[in-house]
Write a protein that binds this ligand. Sequence first.
Ligand SMILES: [Zn+2]
Length: 258
Amino acid sequence: MPALRTDAVVLHVFDYLETSRILRLATREAGVQSVLARGARRPKSRYGTALDLFASGTAEIYMKVGRELHTLASFDVTRSRGELAADLERFTAASAIAELGMRFGTSEGHAELYDALVETFEAIGGSSASASIDAALAGAWRIVSELGFAPALDTCASCHAPIAGDATASFSHPAGGVLCRRCTSLAASSRVLPSDARGALRAWVAGARAPVADDLARRAHQRLLREFLSQHLADGRPLRAYEVWERNGWAGTVEAGT
Ligand SMILES: [Zn+2]
């Protein structure tokens, strides 16, 4: 049986038995997959010491048809991304991105989704603490767009009426985007989306950068993203990494301010 050779990035790692590890990988060719790395915790592992969370490179995987867990034959690490683990802000931001990949990714190959994940880890790793939040917000909305459920931002998500580009709009998670005035009055719940926040979302889903005004706006964006993702999860399990990401960032800010 030939091994699948593919670009891959590590989204999750846990120890298995005495010497092995199980990894969740996002791959370019085969989507999100679980693999067993036999002997990965031995001192002279064939995977090398750099195979850790957020590392990327070329993986060789023996895929077993109809199985959930495949075998990792080798992993040639080209970027180990220790900078993400070294800083709490970056680590929690990158963990939120990894959770997004794991919860929404499928076993279908999706090159653009893979690229968006890897480029977001790069952007977070190259950012200072508060900028890492902005990099993760931008990357998360780009990933949402690649996953195919970007929110409606310029037409009403319910009746498709156009909405003025610079207006404050209301945003409905169940509807999947902004609502016109009439549909807002009929909706059970919605939240206010200022025009600059809508502009940022518009840029992010298109894969572009956008400035975030201040910490208050940053916090509102984190919450909007978590609520939006929760709405799209069928299993109802909480997005733990998002909760940690929101708490950590603001706990740090409060400490720094006192
Ligand atoms: Zn409407």
